[in-house]
Design a protein around this ligand. Sequence first.
Ligand code: ZN
Length: 376
Amino acid sequence: MVGRLDLERYKATIKGLTKFGDRRQGTDRNRAALDWIEAQLKSYGCTNTERIQYEYTPPAGRGGRGAGAAGAGRGGQSQILGPGGARRRGFRVPESVNNDPMKQPDEKLRELNSHPSTPGLREEVYCTKIGSTHPEEMYIVAGHMDGIGWGEAANDDGSGTALVMELARVFSSPDVQTERSIRFALWNNEETGLNGARAYVAQRKDLQGKESPAGSGKYPEPKWLGMIQHDMMMFDHGMPRKDGTMSKEQRPEADVNIEYQMTSKFADEAMLLAHKFQLANEKYATDYPANIGPHMTNTDSTPFQDLVPALSLRECERGSQIGNGWDPHHHQPTDVFATFTDDDFRLGLNAAQTTLSAIAQLTGAKLATVQASAGN
Ligand SMILES: [Zn+2]
């Protein structure tokens, strides 16, 4: 099954997502991207797609997250504790969010990204692989489809969205059977404060494991066994240098970072789950290893972490590394497909191999044996 993932397909899915610009929530380009994702999922055979609806109004007095330059003026080594309780070390470049259209040099892309976000109804899509013997239990495999920054949101989070879509494709193949269910979810409104994932939790947590209608064998919301988020999967060029510049190359020792939150209610269970992912990576990922950290933060698995074991997979640790400026394209106009090389895309592919193999083991996946064909 892992062999059914490949670099060119993964890149093509990311490329498809970048046609919708930065996919900012509450815009036409965000809604068009959602329609496209849903059509793709259906074309893969993940036909039972559903949408969650919720209302979103930005808090008064600010234009959404990143209205100012987060972290500006706080440079240097003064702040030891980073996001999520991580320990900051080494050289640090403060992070910011680009809200200036003129910083996007590509005029066509600037135009594509110009439709403004308006408050109101929001939607997000998921589809489900139904378990053959335990349809009432599931793992949630997720990424966020919205972005910001006036680029193409290729890495944040086209890379995670494409990973989830590619897994939906492989698991939906008619010759793949799983004992337990898997839900593939693409959250909206991550960039405004995880509002899409929070809406899902609020609307559906009490429906878990209930058969409906009674006696039908159908479970609209199977019981959650774990939630695995994928957010920024490609860029691991190391620490910024002393002068603030970065290596142009993916570092050879790049890794997939699996994080859980040690202060969450399910910390011990999530830690064990993280190790299962690391072992799956060791066995099935072709190029890059995986490492585990205890400070998962700023991602859609957060609303789940006190209800179920929750993990986040990322190119770097969110608190100590992204928080120290290891990804200079984060929320910037340079987060476009053309910025990344095959060594970058391959890190995302290795994360896909990691989650696919771990989830296949956890859900008891089997490939149907190909019958010796008598008909031809
Ligand atoms: Zn993100």
